[in-house]
Design a protein around this ligand. Structure first.
Ligand code: XIL
Length: 334
Protein backbone atom coordinates (compact mmCIF):
# COMPACT_ATOMS: atom_id res chain seq x y z
CA UNK A 1 0.00 0.00 0.00
CA UNK A 2 0.88 3.67 -0.41
CA UNK A 3 2.89 5.51 2.21
CA UNK A 4 0.77 7.07 4.91
CA UNK A 5 1.21 10.10 7.16
CA UNK A 6 2.68 7.87 9.86
CA UNK A 7 5.39 6.69 7.48
CA UNK A 8 6.40 10.18 6.36
CA UNK A 9 6.53 11.20 10.03
CA UNK A 10 8.23 8.12 11.47
CA UNK A 11 11.32 10.13 12.47
CA UNK A 12 9.20 12.88 14.02
CA UNK A 13 6.10 11.89 16.01
CA UNK A 14 3.12 9.54 15.85
CA UNK A 15 0.16 10.83 13.84
CA UNK A 16 -3.30 10.13 15.18
CA UNK A 17 -7.01 10.58 14.59
CA UNK A 18 -10.08 10.77 16.80
CA UNK A 19 -12.46 7.92 16.09
CA UNK A 20 -15.87 6.50 16.92
CA UNK A 21 -16.72 2.79 16.54
CA UNK A 22 -18.53 3.57 13.26
CA UNK A 23 -15.18 4.62 11.73
CA UNK A 24 -13.65 1.22 12.39
CA UNK A 25 -15.14 -0.77 9.51
CA UNK A 26 -14.98 -0.40 5.73
CA UNK A 27 -13.03 2.22 3.79
CA UNK A 28 -12.52 4.50 6.80
CA UNK A 29 -10.92 1.69 8.78
CA UNK A 30 -8.60 1.03 5.83
CA UNK A 31 -7.68 4.71 5.71
CA UNK A 32 -6.98 4.73 9.46
CA UNK A 33 -4.74 1.67 9.20
CA UNK A 34 -2.90 3.16 6.25
CA UNK A 35 -2.38 6.67 7.60
CA UNK A 36 -2.37 6.72 11.40
CA UNK A 37 -0.36 5.07 14.18
CA UNK A 38 -2.34 6.57 17.05
CA UNK A 39 -6.05 6.92 17.79
CA UNK A 40 -8.13 8.71 20.40
CA UNK A 41 -11.74 7.92 21.31
CA UNK A 42 -13.70 10.95 20.13
CA UNK A 43 -16.40 10.48 22.81
CA UNK A 44 -16.40 6.91 24.06
CA UNK A 45 -14.14 7.43 27.09
CA UNK A 46 -15.75 10.64 28.32
CA UNK A 47 -17.62 10.52 31.63
CA UNK A 48 -21.12 10.67 30.15
CA UNK A 49 -20.75 7.88 27.60
CA UNK A 50 -18.61 5.59 29.76
CA UNK A 51 -20.15 6.17 33.20
CA UNK A 52 -23.81 7.10 32.62
CA UNK A 53 -25.00 6.24 36.14
CA UNK A 54 -23.31 5.81 39.47
CA UNK A 55 -21.69 2.40 39.54
CA UNK A 56 -22.68 1.54 35.96
CA UNK A 57 -20.05 1.69 33.25
CA UNK A 58 -20.67 1.27 29.54
CA UNK A 59 -17.50 -0.22 28.12
CA UNK A 60 -18.79 -1.33 24.72
CA UNK A 61 -17.57 1.51 22.52
CA UNK A 62 -14.35 2.21 24.39
CA UNK A 63 -13.42 -1.49 24.40
CA UNK A 64 -14.09 -1.73 20.65
CA UNK A 65 -11.78 1.20 19.96
CA UNK A 66 -9.03 -0.13 22.23
CA UNK A 67 -9.35 -3.55 20.58
CA UNK A 68 -9.00 -2.00 17.11
CA UNK A 69 -5.86 -0.19 18.26
CA UNK A 70 -4.36 -3.31 19.81
CA UNK A 71 -5.14 -5.51 16.80
CA UNK A 72 -3.63 -3.05 14.36
CA UNK A 73 -0.53 -2.06 16.32
CA UNK A 74 -1.87 1.47 16.75
CA UNK A 75 -1.15 3.39 19.94
CA UNK A 76 -4.10 4.57 21.99
CA UNK A 77 -4.60 7.95 23.70
CA UNK A 78 -7.22 8.30 26.42
CA UNK A 79 -9.62 11.26 26.40
CA UNK A 80 -10.70 12.53 28.90
CA UNK A 81 -11.01 11.90 32.66
CA UNK A 82 -12.22 15.20 34.07
CA UNK A 83 -14.08 17.82 32.01
CA UNK A 84 -16.98 20.21 32.57
CA UNK A 85 -18.75 19.00 29.40
CA UNK A 86 -20.27 15.61 28.67
CA UNK A 87 -20.33 14.80 32.38
CA UNK A 88 -23.60 13.39 33.68
CA UNK A 89 -25.66 15.33 36.21
CA UNK A 90 -25.59 12.47 38.69
CA UNK A 91 -21.90 13.06 39.23
CA UNK A 92 -22.51 16.33 41.05
CA UNK A 93 -25.78 15.57 42.84
CA UNK A 94 -27.10 13.26 45.55
CA UNK A 95 -30.24 11.12 45.40
CA UNK A 96 -32.39 14.12 46.35
CA UNK A 97 -30.87 16.21 43.58
CA UNK A 98 -28.82 18.42 45.87
CA UNK A 99 -25.17 19.23 45.16
CA UNK A 100 -22.76 16.75 46.75
CA UNK A 101 -20.02 17.74 49.17
CA UNK A 102 -16.38 18.14 48.27
CA UNK A 103 -15.62 14.78 49.91
CA UNK A 104 -18.27 12.94 47.92
CA UNK A 105 -17.25 14.51 44.62
CA UNK A 106 -13.57 13.71 45.21
CA UNK A 107 -14.49 10.13 46.09
CA UNK A 108 -16.53 9.84 42.86
CA UNK A 109 -13.73 11.34 40.80
CA UNK A 110 -11.24 8.92 42.37
CA UNK A 111 -13.41 5.92 41.78
CA UNK A 112 -14.13 6.98 38.18
CA UNK A 113 -10.50 7.58 37.32
CA UNK A 114 -9.25 4.41 39.04
CA UNK A 115 -11.83 2.31 37.25
CA UNK A 116 -11.36 3.75 33.75
CA UNK A 117 -7.56 4.11 33.83
CA UNK A 118 -7.27 0.75 35.58
CA UNK A 119 -9.27 -1.04 32.92
CA UNK A 120 -7.01 0.23 30.14
CA UNK A 121 -3.74 0.06 32.06
CA UNK A 122 -0.92 -0.77 29.67
CA UNK A 123 -3.24 -0.27 26.66
CA UNK A 124 -3.76 3.49 26.80
CA UNK A 125 -0.31 5.08 26.79
CA UNK A 126 -1.37 8.68 27.47
CA UNK A 127 -4.37 10.32 29.13
CA UNK A 128 -5.89 13.78 28.87
CA UNK A 129 -6.48 13.88 32.60
CA UNK A 130 -7.99 17.33 32.98
CA UNK A 131 -9.57 19.08 30.01
CA UNK A 132 -10.26 22.83 29.64
CA UNK A 133 -9.90 23.98 33.27
CA UNK A 134 -8.84 27.52 32.27
CA UNK A 135 -11.35 30.04 30.85
CA UNK A 136 -10.80 31.95 27.58
CA UNK A 137 -10.93 35.45 28.95
CA UNK A 138 -12.17 37.42 31.90
CA UNK A 139 -10.39 37.79 35.18
CA UNK A 140 -10.96 34.34 36.71
CA UNK A 141 -7.88 32.13 36.76
CA UNK A 142 -9.90 28.89 36.77
CA UNK A 143 -13.01 28.02 34.82
CA UNK A 144 -15.98 28.03 37.17
CA UNK A 145 -16.91 24.41 36.51
CA UNK A 146 -18.84 22.24 38.96
CA UNK A 147 -15.58 20.50 39.82
CA UNK A 148 -14.05 23.85 40.70
CA UNK A 149 -17.07 25.16 42.55
CA UNK A 150 -17.48 22.08 44.73
CA UNK A 151 -13.86 20.99 45.24
CA UNK A 152 -11.77 24.08 44.51
CA UNK A 153 -8.51 24.12 42.51
CA UNK A 154 -7.39 20.97 44.29
CA UNK A 155 -9.50 18.82 41.95
CA UNK A 156 -6.87 19.22 39.26
CA UNK A 157 -3.94 17.76 41.17
CA UNK A 158 -6.10 15.05 42.72
CA UNK A 159 -7.19 13.92 39.23
CA UNK A 160 -3.55 13.58 38.15
CA UNK A 161 -2.68 11.66 41.32
CA UNK A 162 -5.58 9.24 40.89
CA UNK A 163 -4.61 8.59 37.27
CA UNK A 164 -0.95 8.07 38.15
CA UNK A 165 -1.82 5.63 40.92
CA UNK A 166 -4.02 3.63 38.54
CA UNK A 167 -1.34 3.38 35.82
CA UNK A 168 2.11 4.63 36.84
CA UNK A 169 3.40 4.19 33.27
CA UNK A 170 0.77 6.32 31.57
CA UNK A 171 1.77 9.78 30.35
CA UNK A 172 -0.53 12.34 31.86
CA UNK A 173 -1.59 15.51 30.03
CA UNK A 174 -3.36 18.74 30.79
CA UNK A 175 -5.36 19.52 27.62
CA UNK A 176 -6.90 22.80 26.41
CA UNK A 177 -7.86 24.93 23.36
CA UNK A 178 -7.02 28.54 22.43
CA UNK A 179 -3.57 27.86 23.82
CA UNK A 180 -2.04 30.49 21.51
CA UNK A 181 -4.15 33.26 22.98
CA UNK A 182 -1.50 35.04 25.09
CA UNK A 183 -3.59 35.54 28.24
CA UNK A 184 -4.88 31.99 28.27
CA UNK A 185 -1.44 30.59 27.46
CA UNK A 186 0.01 32.40 30.48
CA UNK A 187 -2.65 31.06 32.79
CA UNK A 188 -2.16 27.51 31.54
CA UNK A 189 1.58 27.99 31.95
CA UNK A 190 1.02 29.19 35.52
CA UNK A 191 -1.17 26.19 36.28
CA UNK A 192 1.15 23.51 34.91
CA UNK A 193 4.23 25.19 36.41
CA UNK A 194 2.65 25.06 39.83
CA UNK A 195 1.66 21.41 39.32
CA UNK A 196 5.23 20.55 38.32
CA UNK A 197 6.68 22.42 41.30
CA UNK A 198 4.37 20.60 43.68
CA UNK A 199 5.49 17.25 42.29
CA UNK A 200 2.11 16.42 40.78
CA UNK A 201 2.51 13.62 38.18
CA UNK A 202 1.97 15.63 34.98
CA UNK A 203 4.02 14.85 31.89
CA UNK A 204 2.68 17.03 29.14
CA UNK A 205 0.41 19.69 27.78
CA UNK A 206 -2.05 18.96 24.99
CA UNK A 207 -2.71 21.82 22.60
CA UNK A 208 -6.07 20.88 21.13
CA UNK A 209 -5.30 22.66 17.86
CA UNK A 210 -8.80 23.62 16.76
CA UNK A 211 -7.42 26.20 14.40
CA UNK A 212 -8.57 28.29 11.45
CA UNK A 213 -7.08 29.58 8.19
CA UNK A 214 -5.84 32.63 10.14
CA UNK A 215 -4.66 31.07 13.40
CA UNK A 216 -2.25 30.43 14.90
CA UNK A 217 0.78 32.22 13.50
CA UNK A 218 4.06 30.32 13.32
CA UNK A 219 5.44 32.53 16.10
CA UNK A 220 2.36 32.01 18.27
CA UNK A 221 2.54 28.25 17.94
CA UNK A 222 6.29 28.20 18.62
CA UNK A 223 5.77 30.31 21.72
CA UNK A 224 3.29 27.77 23.13
CA UNK A 225 5.55 24.80 22.39
CA UNK A 226 8.73 26.33 23.79
CA UNK A 227 7.05 27.84 26.83
CA UNK A 228 5.49 24.54 27.99
CA UNK A 229 8.59 22.55 27.00
CA UNK A 230 10.73 24.88 29.14
CA UNK A 231 9.05 23.27 32.17
CA UNK A 232 10.26 19.84 31.10
CA UNK A 233 6.81 18.94 29.78
CA UNK A 234 6.14 17.18 26.50
CA UNK A 235 3.72 18.78 24.06
CA UNK A 236 1.15 17.06 21.86
CA UNK A 237 -1.30 18.50 19.37
CA UNK A 238 -4.30 16.49 20.48
CA UNK A 239 -7.30 17.61 18.38
CA UNK A 240 -5.99 19.15 15.18
CA UNK A 241 -8.29 20.61 12.55
CA UNK A 242 -8.24 23.76 10.43
CA UNK A 243 -11.74 25.14 9.94
CA UNK A 244 -12.38 26.93 6.66
CA UNK A 245 -14.63 29.44 8.46
CA UNK A 246 -13.21 32.52 10.15
CA UNK A 247 -13.37 32.33 13.93
CA UNK A 248 -14.87 35.82 14.17
CA UNK A 249 -17.88 34.55 12.26
CA UNK A 250 -18.69 32.12 15.04
CA UNK A 251 -21.03 34.41 16.90
CA UNK A 252 -23.10 35.61 14.00
CA UNK A 253 -22.81 32.68 11.60
CA UNK A 254 -25.21 30.43 13.38
CA UNK A 255 -27.43 29.63 10.47
CA UNK A 256 -27.23 26.81 7.99
CA UNK A 257 -27.38 29.36 5.17
CA UNK A 258 -23.88 30.54 6.05
CA UNK A 259 -22.36 27.29 4.91
CA UNK A 260 -20.05 27.14 1.96
CA UNK A 261 -18.78 24.63 -0.54
CA UNK A 262 -15.10 23.79 -0.23
CA UNK A 263 -13.81 26.41 -2.66
CA UNK A 264 -10.48 26.32 -4.56
CA UNK A 265 -9.44 29.36 -2.54
CA UNK A 266 -10.10 27.53 0.74
CA UNK A 267 -8.17 24.55 -0.58
CA UNK A 268 -5.10 26.73 -1.30
CA UNK A 269 -5.23 28.66 1.95
CA UNK A 270 -5.74 25.57 4.03
CA UNK A 271 -2.88 23.75 2.32
CA UNK A 272 -0.55 26.69 2.98
CA UNK A 273 -1.64 26.87 6.62
CA UNK A 274 -1.15 23.15 7.24
CA UNK A 275 2.27 23.36 5.55
CA UNK A 276 3.30 26.12 7.95
CA UNK A 277 1.91 24.33 11.01
CA UNK A 278 3.73 21.09 10.26
CA UNK A 279 7.02 22.83 9.50
CA UNK A 280 6.85 24.38 12.99
CA UNK A 281 5.95 21.01 14.53
CA UNK A 282 8.83 19.23 12.77
CA UNK A 283 11.23 21.93 13.94
CA UNK A 284 10.23 21.14 17.54
CA UNK A 285 10.18 17.37 17.25
CA UNK A 286 12.33 17.08 20.38
CA UNK A 287 9.43 18.34 22.48
CA UNK A 288 6.49 16.97 20.49
CA UNK A 289 5.39 13.41 21.16
CA UNK A 290 2.26 13.22 19.05
CA UNK A 291 -0.03 15.01 16.62
CA UNK A 292 -3.65 13.86 16.48
CA UNK A 293 -6.34 15.04 14.06
CA UNK A 294 -9.85 15.46 15.42
CA UNK A 295 -11.61 13.04 13.05
CA UNK A 296 -10.48 11.13 10.00
CA UNK A 297 -11.78 12.96 6.94
CA UNK A 298 -14.08 15.77 5.80
CA UNK A 299 -16.76 13.14 5.30
CA UNK A 300 -17.61 13.69 8.94
CA UNK A 301 -16.15 16.24 11.34
CA UNK A 302 -17.49 17.48 14.67
CA UNK A 303 -17.19 20.98 13.12
CA UNK A 304 -20.08 20.08 10.80
CA UNK A 305 -22.18 20.83 13.88
CA UNK A 306 -19.99 23.22 15.84
CA UNK A 307 -20.31 26.10 16.53
CA UNK A 308 -23.15 26.07 14.02
CA UNK A 309 -25.53 23.14 13.53
CA UNK A 310 -25.49 21.76 10.01
CA UNK A 311 -22.77 23.97 8.61
CA UNK A 312 -20.50 21.66 6.68
CA UNK A 313 -16.80 22.23 7.36
CA UNK A 314 -13.74 20.84 5.57
CA UNK A 315 -11.03 20.88 8.22
CA UNK A 316 -8.96 17.72 7.62
CA UNK A 317 -6.38 16.30 5.22
CA UNK A 318 -8.77 13.88 3.47
CA UNK A 319 -11.84 15.01 1.55
CA UNK A 320 -15.46 13.83 1.74
CA UNK A 321 -14.51 10.84 -0.46
CA UNK A 322 -11.48 10.04 1.74
CA UNK A 323 -9.04 11.22 -0.96
CA UNK A 324 -5.96 13.23 0.07
CA UNK A 325 -6.36 17.00 -0.33
CA UNK A 326 -3.73 19.52 -1.33
CA UNK A 327 -3.08 20.02 2.41
CA UNK A 328 -2.10 16.35 2.69
CA UNK A 329 0.53 16.75 -0.01
CA UNK A 330 1.92 19.89 1.62
CA UNK A 331 2.18 18.12 4.98
CA UNK A 332 4.13 15.14 3.62
CA UNK A 333 6.28 17.04 1.15
CA UNK A 334 9.33 18.18 3.13
C1 XIL B 1 -16.35 16.84 20.68
C2 XIL B 1 -16.76 15.65 19.82
O1 XIL B 1 -15.98 15.65 18.65
C3 XIL B 1 -18.23 15.72 19.48
O2 XIL B 1 -18.64 14.54 18.81
C4 XIL B 1 -19.05 15.91 20.75
O3 XIL B 1 -20.40 16.09 20.40
C5 XIL B 1 -18.56 17.09 21.55
O4 XIL B 1 -17.17 16.92 21.83
N1 XIL B 1 -12.67 19.72 22.72
C6 XIL B 1 -12.54 18.43 23.23
C7 XIL B 1 -13.26 17.30 22.58
O5 XIL B 1 -11.73 18.22 24.14
O6 XIL B 1 -13.64 16.32 23.50
C8 XIL B 1 -14.47 17.78 21.82
O7 XIL B 1 -15.02 16.68 21.11
C9 XIL B 1 -14.11 18.93 20.88
C10 XIL B 1 -13.58 20.09 21.66
Amino acid sequence: PEKGLKDYYKDYFPIGAAVAPRNLTGPEADLIRQQFNSITAENAMKMGPIHPEEGRYNWTDADAIVQFATQNGIRMRGHTLCWHNQTPRWFFTDAAGNPVTKEVLLARLKSHIETVVGRYKGKVYAWDVVNEAIPDGGTDFYRKSKFYEIIGEEYIERAFEYAHAADPNAQLFYNDYNTESPGKRERIYGLVKRLKEKGVPIHGVGLQGHWSLQEPTAAGLEESITRFASLGLKVQITELDVSVYPKEHERRARRETDKSEFTPEMNEKQAAHYKMLFSVLRKHKKDITGVTFWNVSDKSSWLDNFPVQNRKDYPLLFDVNLAPKKAFHEVVNF
